[in-house]
Design a protein around this ligand. Structure first.
Ligand SMILES: [Zn+2]
Length: 415
């Protein structure tokens, strides 16, 4: 037929000019403008994909007016009569030695017979797992848009206005996450249905900061792609869940704008790196400070993890062994056996550094999953098993709520 001479993308070279490719647009940029001493202009680019590979295509100036509105992310096109050039790899992460330059006579026609053209491949991260990714990590997410904010603008340091729009995504993990669209995608977001499902490829885990606030959030990169209601299993599953249960569920959010740092508790949006805490001089005399940290236990001082305490509720004083009984000076009473309570020193680390934390009874209970009495019973019965338990307690990552005073950091920790 008309498109009889279909070439695989990997077969394109500057030495062939009678070809047509059948490819899917997996990414489409905004229109970028420039102006310098030699004049001004504009351009856009797309990433095209077929079974054999991918290639980038770029259009300049008048070609932008002509072709930009014709190409849509996710759709498949027949493309012919473009120039094949050596790729300028500095500007692209597409894996091809060549790239296409769209010309005035380039022909583009949508193809509705889309078999054999690969779709975007996703590796979705459930929203509740985002907290385990580092800032700036690139990942794929899919979620129901529970809320779409109004179009807003930010002014960059270079006094440039950038449109932005915030979406709230939810998924079956019960978490909600804010995702920011930038540029054209923010302006053009116009989905009439109430709760569309959007799949994002290549979004960046970011934190939005004013001052010391770190909001774990995800930020859309230019170069990432967004597909509305994609025809993939994950989307159908989400749709079913949302329409049945999800729409009436309440969600946990990573970011929480309310509440100052008055309460002593873990606040994800106020996570500080250990180095930041040290640099800020927290805990210097008369400067007690609360902070939240996410860190991994490197070492627990195993020789001294608990003390014998008074069994009277809320007393917790250390008791003294007197023959075959234990005495609490405060309660002025003797007991047959003490209630052991944890007091632990542990070295923890995050990406920025290491710190020593001291944790009391609830910390030890969280870390070992048993009371200090139970742990000591194991130690006295089976030293090998005790060693295994101590060893296993290392390398686990926790959210720590810390209070720094003098030179100790007292903590509460949760998974
Ligand atoms: Zn007591």
């Amino acid at each position: 037929g008309r498109h009889g001479n279909i070439y695989p993308i990997e077969g394109l070279s500057p030495y062939q000019n009678n070809w047509t490719i059948k490819a899917r647009v997996t990414q489409k940029s905004d229109i970028k403008t420039w102006s310098n001493a030699r004049g001004e202009g504009k351009l856009f680019n797309v990433t095209l994909m077929d079974d054999s590979g991918e290639i980038r295509g770029t259009g300049f100036n008048l070609v932008v007016d002509d072709l930009y509105p014709k190409l849509e992310e996710g759709k498949v096109y027949y493309i012919s009569k473009a120039r094949v050039n050596l790729a300028k790899k500095k500007f692209s992460n597409v894996n091809n030695d060549y790239e296409l330059s769209f010309e005035r006579n380039t022909e583009i026609e949508e193809c509705h017979e889309v078999t054999n053209v690969p779709t975007i491949k996703y590796n979705f991260v459930p929203l509740n797992m985002l907290e385990d990714l580092n800032k700036d990590a690139i990942c794929d997410v899919i979620g129901v848009v529970k809320e779409a904010g109004p179009l807003a603008e930010i002014t960059t340091k270079m006094a440039k206005q950038i449109p932005k729009r915030e979406l709230t995504l939810v998924d079956r993990s019960g978490f909600s996450v804010r995702l920011t669209l930038w540029g054209k995608q923010a302006e053009q977001y116009n989905i009439p249905e109430p709760s569309p499902i959007i799949a994002f490829k290549g979004v960046k885990v970011g934190d939005f900061g004013g001052m010391n606030l770190l909001w774990k959030s995800i930020m859309k990169l230019t170069g990432s792609t967004m597909q509305v209601n994609p025809e993939i299993d994950e989307c159908f599953a989400l749709r079913g869940w949302y329409d049945n249960d999800g729409s009436v569920q309440t969600f946990k959010a990573f970011s929480n704008q309310g509440g100052a740092s008055s309460a002593y508790g873990f606040k994800r949006e106020e996570i500080r790196s250990l180095d930041e805490v040290k640099q800020a001089g927290y805990g210097e005399p008369d400067k007690p400070e609360n902070f939240s940290a996410r860190a991994t236990i490197m070492h627990i001082k195993a020789d001294n993890i608990s003390y014998p305490a008074c069994p009277t509720p809320n007393c917790n004083k250390k008791v003294i062994e007197m023959g075959d009984s234990w005495r609490c000076e405060k309660c002025n009473q003797n007991f047959d056996a003490p209630e052991h309570r944890y007091i632990m020193s542990m070295a923890v680390a995050d990406y920025s550094g290491q710190a020593w934390l001291q944790g009391f009874n609830d910390v030890g209970t969280t870390i070992f999953g048993m009371t200090a009495n139970q742990l000591l019973e194991i130690r006295d019965r089976d030293q090998a098993e005790y060693n295994v338990i101590m060893h296993k307690a290392n390398s686990n990552t926790y959210n720590f709520s810390c209070r720094a005073k003098q030179d100790t950091y007292n903590v509460v920790c949760t998974r």
